[in-house]
Design a protein around this ligand. Structure first.
Ligand code: P53
Length: 485
C-alpha cells in the first residue's frame, strides 16, 4: 500500500524561468529573452523590430508582423535574463534539494545554450555547464529528469526560419537531441520532449509569426514528428532511456447535467487528450481529423511522417496539474480567469488561488485515474503547486501554511489514485520547488517554492535563498515516502 519504494519525489523547474545567465558562456538569446514581465492585469509583451526597423511590442496572443525579429531593449527589464540565477547558484540549490531529500530534480536544457543559434553549431561551454549540474546532482544521489524543450526556441530560428512552421527546424532539433543524448548518455535516464505541448503560444514558444489555427496545428505536426524521431533516436543511443511526453492537464467538468454542457466538457477534455493520443497511441484521433476537415485546416505531411509518429510513442506521460475547470454550452457563463488567459467557468464548489486557479485535489485523482484507464502507461506528475504571495516575517521566517495545505491534499489524492484506483504513478515533482519567474505573468510575486529567493518583480533583490515552512514539511513527506503528510 502507498507510494512505491522507488517513487521519484522531487521538484521541477525550467531554464528560462530559473537559470538566468542569458548571454553567459556562449549562450545566445532565445525568444523568451525578449518577453517582458507582467502582472495580473498587464500581460507580458514581446518586444521586436519590424522589417523597417520600428521598435514595437505585442502580447503573446497577437501575431508578429512578417519579417519582424526579436529585439531586446536595453532600457527594459526582462525576467529571464537573470531569473533566479541557477546558473551561479546551482551548487547551493542542489544542496538544499538534497537536504529536503529529493530523489529527482526536473530541469530543462536551454537549447540556445547548447546550440546558440539552434543550428548545427555546438557550444562546448554550454554542454559543460549541464555536465557540472548533473555531476552535482549525482553527488547527492538525485536523479535528473530533463525536459528537452520547455517553451523556448533559439531566437535565430524564430527570426530566420519562422520557427516550428519550418520543417528544417525538425532536423535542427534532432541535432540538438542527438548532441545531448550522446553527451549525457550515462548521466540522464529520464527525459521528456516538449513541455506542455498543448500550449503553443505562437512566437515566444514555437517561434512562429502567424497565430492562426492553421499555423498552430502545422507547427504541432512538426513537433509530433520531432518528438517521434527523438524518442526513437534516444532509445537507439541508450535503450535504458525513459522518454516521456508532457501535457498541461486541466480536466473540465460539465456545468450541469444538461447534455449540451456534457458535450462541451468532453470537447474541452479531448482537445488536451489529442496531444496525448498522438504521442502515446501514435496516430491522430478521428475527431481531430474531422475538425480539420470542417475548418479547412490542411496539415502538410511528408511520406513517412505517420510511421515516425506511430513508431516514436513515449514511455510515460508527464503532466502538469494545477487546477480543474468547468465547461458550459452557454457562452455567457464563460469568463477569462486571472493571469492565465484561459476561458473558464467559475466552480462554486472550489476555492481559488489569488490568480483565479481553482484548487481541486480530487480532480488530480480523477485525472490520474482517467489517464491511466485511457493509456495504460506509467504516469508522472511533473508539475503541481500553489502560486501565492509569500510574506517574510521580521525574523526571516515564511509561514506558507496555505501551500502546505494545498500539497497535503494533492499528495493524499495521489495516494488514493495508487491505492484505490491502481494507477502506476512513478513520481511527483512540485513546480518551482525553488522560487522562479512565473511563465504566465512574468512576476516573481507569484511564488511556488519550498525555498524562497529574494527578488522582486523589477529584478531587485539579493537572490539569497531561505527555507520556507513548507521546506521541512516536504522533507518529512519524502522521508516517510508520503505517509506523514
Ligand atoms: P505560472 C498556465 C496554466 C497551467 C500551466 O504557471 C501553465 C500555465 C502557463 O501560464 O504552465 C506551467 O508560472 C508551465 C510552467 C509554469 C507553471 O505551469 O503561470 O509548465 O512553465 O511556470 C505555472 O504560474
Amino acid at each position: 500500500m502507498g507510494f512505491p519504494k522507488n517513487f521519484l519525489w522531487g521538484g521541477a523547474t525550467a531554464a528560462n524561468q530559473y537559470e538566468g545567465g542569458y548571454l553567459s558562456g556562449g549562450k545566445e538569446p532565445s525568444t523568451l529573452d525578449a518577453i517582458t514581465g507582467g502582472s495580473h492585469t498587464e500581460p507580458r509583451r514581446i518586444t521586436f523590430k519590424t522589417k523597417d526597423g520600428q521598435l514595437e511590442s505585442v502580447t503573446r496572443e497577437h501575431r508578429l508582423p512578417e519579417g519582424a525579429v526579436g529585439y531586446i531593449d536595453p532600457d527594459l527589464y526582462y525576467p529571464s535574463h537573470v531569473a533566479t540565477d541557477f546558473y551561479h547558484h546551482y551548487k547551493e540549490d542542489i544542496a538544499l534539494f538534497a537536504e529536503m531529500g529529493f530523489k529527482c530534480f526536473r530541469l530543462s536544457i536551454n537549447w540556445s545554450r547548447i546550440c546558440p543559434k539552434g543550428t548545427d553549431e555546438v557550444n562546448e561551454e554550454g554542454l559543460a555547464f549541464y555536465d557540472a549540474v548533473f555531476d552535482e546532482l549525482k553527488k547527492h544521489n538525485i536523479e535528473p529528469v530533463v525536459t528537452i524543450n520547455h517553451f523556448d526556441i533559439p531566437m535565430y530560428l524564430a527570426d530566420n526560419l519562422d520557427g516550428w512552421s519550418n520543417r528544417k527546424v525538425i532536423d535542427y532539433f534532432l541535432f540538438f537531441c542527438e548532441t545531448i543524448f550522446k553527451r549525457y548518455k550515462n548521466k540522464v535516464k529520464y527525459w521528456m520532449t516538449f513541455n506542455e505541448i498543448n500550449f503553443l503560444r505562437s512566437w515566444t514558444q514555437i517561434g512562429i509569426h502567424d497565430n492562426s489555427k492553421q499555423a498552430k496545428f502545422q507547427a504541432a505536426h512538426h513537433l509530433f514528428v520531432a518528438s517521434g524521431k527523438a524518442v526513437q533516436l534516444g532509445h537507439e543511443i541508450n535503450p535504458e532511456f525513459q522518454i516521456g511526453m508532457m501535457v498541461a492537464y486541466i480536466p473540465s467538468y460539465p456545468m450541469s447535467s444538461r447534455p449540451e454542457d456534457v458535450l462541451e466538457a468532453l470537447q474541452f477534455n479531448r482537445d488536451q487528450e489529442f496531444y496525448i493520443d498522438v504521442q502515446v497511441k501514435g496516430y491522430y484521433p478521428a475527431h481531430k481529423l474531422k475538425e480539420f476537415e470542417r475548418e479547412n485546416i490542411v496539415i502538410e505531411k511528408v511520406p513517412g511522417d505517420d510511421e515516425i509518429i506511430a513508431n516514436g510513442t513515449v514511455d510515460y506521460i508527464g503532466f502538469s496539474y494545477y487546477m480543474s475547470t468547468v465547461s458550459s454550452a452557454n457562452p455567457e457563463n464563460v469568463k477569462f480567469v486571472g493571469g492565465n488567459q484561459m476561458p473558464a467557468v467559475k466552480n462554486p464548489y472550489l476555492a481559488e488561488s489569488e490568480w483565479g486557479w481553482a484548487v481541486d485535489p480530487l480532480g488530480l485523482r480523477i485525472s490520474l485515474s482517467k489517464l491511466y484507464d485511457r493509456y495504460h502507461i506509467p504516469l508522472f506528475v511533473v508539475e503541481n503547486g500553489f502560486g501565492a504571495v509569500d510574506v517574510v516575517e521580521a525574523d526571516g521566517s515564511i509561514n506558507d501554511d496555505y501551500r502546505i495545505d494545498y500539497f497535503k491534499k494533492h499528495v493524499a489524492a495521489m495516494k488514493d489514485a495508487i491505492d484505490l484506483d491502481g494507477v502506476d504513478l512513478i513520481g511527483y515533482t512540485p513546480w518551482g520547488c525553488i522560487d522562479l519567474v512565473s511563465a504566465g505573468t512574468g512576476e516573481m510575486k507569484k511564488r511556488y517554492g519550498f525555498i524562497y529567493v529574494d527578488l522582486d518583480d523589477n529584478g531587485h533583490g539579493s537572490l539569497a535563498r531561505s527555507r520556507k515552512k513548507s521546506f521541512s514539511w516536504y522533507q518529512e513527506v519524502i522521508a516517510s515516502n508520503g505517509e506523514k503528510i
